[in-house]
Design a protein around this ligand. Structure first.
Ligand code: ADP
Ligand code: MG
Length: 612
């Protein structure tokens, strides 16, 4: 083994490149960031074979002068900062002066560029970081960079690349994120010659969201606009009923930079506490704008993480911004009706009845009695209008989660009760109840169907959460002996003290069994076992280290047990009270995130009856 020596620049470059260029997606990210920093209004990304053999980024930005082309590919060469103090307020996406050098070190790269004032452009090719000569070239204004044969000279890295489809998906995911981060830039993506994305670049985040995530997802979003100390949050978040089974649709940006942030994620999700189903996650496209000096972006070679000056301020701004958006939202899901029956065309009816054929006559009479049904076999009804599936619904590739660090959980301020909206409350009336479950409310041109149990459960939950639960305890005449599955049994015993507070006297009873001698009055003795199993399951999903979540889990169960039940008779006063809570906007989702009301408009009904 040779002694200690300084690595030659080529090897040093390869090592440094490894940090920045992990896969084709990292190349796409760096080149797109450069284009945006250069003031481009349109950026096109094209790939073949997942970006492994060919990746081209074209922009209409300010270009690179011919004599600066070789410099751009040197390590630590940048036009974006000069002095130490510049590091304190970085307003560009790039600043490390590493990307071009790193990409060039591990590929065959060609750059073609023409600045605004230059009569023609210039090109430069490099292979494994070794530059050729700068040559004059005819080209449009802006810069085009072509990266071929990524990792051709680093077989060890090449081995780790996934199938082309997976690498291509990762590139697409990066392109989508960049498109969401800069709605003022029109972003186009072509994979193997096929266009898969085009954003309008009109500066409206909503347009970018529509183009990138598709109509279905965009319709489930509500707008966020909030501000905190020295910062602003804006964008879109899922309505509680439109949450998803994964976090794949959470996008966070700080000053136009895509970042991973457990802090912002925690703030987002905290705003949905007790408004969404367990195991479902809100989607979001959230932009945080802060003073440049309030974030340190220089903490990660790929620049995907940042350090905030004040975690607390960021948490509060995001949390309260999202919470206010959810409170403000008044949309209720619409009743999904089948496609309207086509209007019957006037046509001769087969009414001639032959002697003695009663069955035919019968049919003719039935047809007459059912005027809404066309006599002829109806043409197949058009399929119910379904939202057009978005073209780009491939879900963006989930990025590998960074190792979770314990998060300080800032205490959110108490949630203010939503202001009742003027005019909204006055004009409604309860028209009745159907199926012993749904309250029908009429308001103007709209009919609401309220799930009385879900709404009452929510009312109870909010009341219990605000005032705390003080149980009336019943001693069970015959104590219940439970043999729950091992995990459920264990989690119940772990929370014995909390259960006791809620009126459940639960003790161990040998070999995995539990005995219950006391239960709260709200729980029917016959339901004690199922209630405790329900609690156990909630406790298991809450996670052991979350005492507030455990308390909410019990509140959920008690709110549910104390609520009026679907299928039961309920007094008109009680129905009125529940309707009042829903119509005032006080109650929107049950504690599991299911909607408590759906609506049907006059217009929709008229369409169904063919009156429109
Ligand atoms: P950084 O972006 O951190 O400055 P890079 O290695 O990515 O470092 O780029 C080096 C320099 O090359 C940039 O500072 C910029 O001046 C120039 N450059 C790179 N890409 C472009 C582009 N698409 N348009 C104009 N200039 C560019
Ligand atoms: Mg850069």
């Amino acid at each position: 083994m040779a002694g200690i020596h300084v690595l030659d620049p080529h090897v040093a470059n390869l090592i440094a490149a490894g940090e920045v260029v992990e896969r084709p997606a990292s190349v796409a990210k760096e080149l797109m960031e450069n284009a945006i920093d250069a003031g481009a209004t349109a950026v096109t990304v094209e790939i073949s074979h997942g970006g492994m053999t060919f990746l081209r980024v074209t922009d209409d930005g300010k270009g690179i002068p011919a004599d600066e082309l070789p410099t751009a590919f040197l390590r630590h060469a940048t036009s974006k900062l000069k002095t130490e103090s510049d590091l304190e307020a970085i307003g560009t996406l790039g600043f490390r002066g590493e990307a071009l050098a790193a990409i060039a070190a591990v590929s065959r790269i060609t750059v073609l560029s023409r600045p605004l004032e230059a009569p023609f452009g210039a090109s430069l090719s490099l292979e494994g970081g070794v530059p050729g000569a700068v040559e004059e070239a005819g080209c449009p204004l802006g810069t085009t960079i072509v990266v071929r044969d990524l990792f051709f000279n680093t077989p060890a890295r090449l081995k780790f690349m996934k199938r082309d489809a997976a690498e291509g998906a990762a590139v697409f995911a990066v392109v989508q994120r960049v498109a969401l981060s800069h709605p003022e830039v029109s972003i186009k993506f072509l994979r193997d010659g096929k266009q898969e994305l085009l954003t309008p670049g009109d500066g409206k985040l909503q347009s970018a969201v529509y183009a990138v995530l598709g109509r279905e997802l965009a319709l489930g979003f509500t707008e966020v606009k909030g501000s905190g100390e020295g910062m602003e949050v804006s964008g879109f978040v899922s309505l509680p009923a439109c949450c998803r089974a994964s976090r794949n649709y959470q996008f966070f940006f700080v000053n136009g930079r895509l970042i991973k942030s457990r802090l912002m994620m925690a703030a987002l999700e905290e705003a949905y506490a007790n408004q969404k189903m367990v195991g479902k996650f809100p989607g979001c496209v959230l932009h945080l704008q802060t003073k440049l000096s309030a974030v340190d972006v220089n903490v990660h070679p790929a620049k995907t993480e940042v350090k905030f000056g004040s975690d607390r301020q960021v948490f509060d701004t995001v949390y309260h911004g999202v919470l206010a958006a959810l409170d403000r939202d008044r949309t209720r899901p619409a009743v999904q009706l089948k496609a309207p029956v086509p209007k019957p065309q006037p046509q001769p009816m087969p009414l001639r009845v032959h002697g003695g054929d009663n069955s035919l006559q019968q049919t003719a009479i039935e047809q007459l009695r059912a005027p809404a049904q066309p006599v002829r076999p109806a043409p197949p009804a058009p399929p119910a209008p379904r939202p057009r599936p978005p073209v780009n619904i491939t879900p963006p590739e989930p990025e590998p989660e960074p190792e979770p660090k314990p998060l300080p959980k800032p205490q959110p301020k108490p949630k203010p009760l939503p202001e009742p909206e003027p005019n909204c409350e006055s004009s409604w009336r309860v028209a009745g109840e159907v199926l012993n479950t749904y309250i029908i409310v009429e308001q103007g041109e709209t009919i609401f169907l309220i799930d009385k149990h879900a709404a009452h459960e929510r009312l109870n939950f909010d009341r219990l959460k605000a005032a705390g639960y003080t149980p009336m305890v019943q001693t069970l005449l015959s104590p219940a002996v439970l043999r729950p599955p091992a995990e459920e049994g264990a989690v119940l015993l772990e929370h014995q003290a909390l259960l006791d507070e809620f009126g459940f006297g639960v003790e161990e009873f040998g070999s995995g069994a539990l005995i219950v001698r006391q239960a709260p009055f709200d729980v029917d003795p016959a339901d004690v076992e199922s209630a405790l199993l329900e609690i156990a399951q909630r406790l298991l999903t809450t996670g052991r280290a979350d005492p507030a979540g455990a308390r909410d889990a019990l509140l959920h169960t008690m709110a549910c047990k104390a609520a009026i039940k679907g299928g039961w008779k309920t007094s008109p006063q009680e129905l009125e009270r529940v309707a009042q809570a829903v119509m005032s906007g006080q109650v929107k989702y049950c504690p599991h995130g299911r909607p408590v009301a759906i609506e049907l408009t006059r217009k929709e009904l008229e369409k169904q009856f063919g009156r429109a």
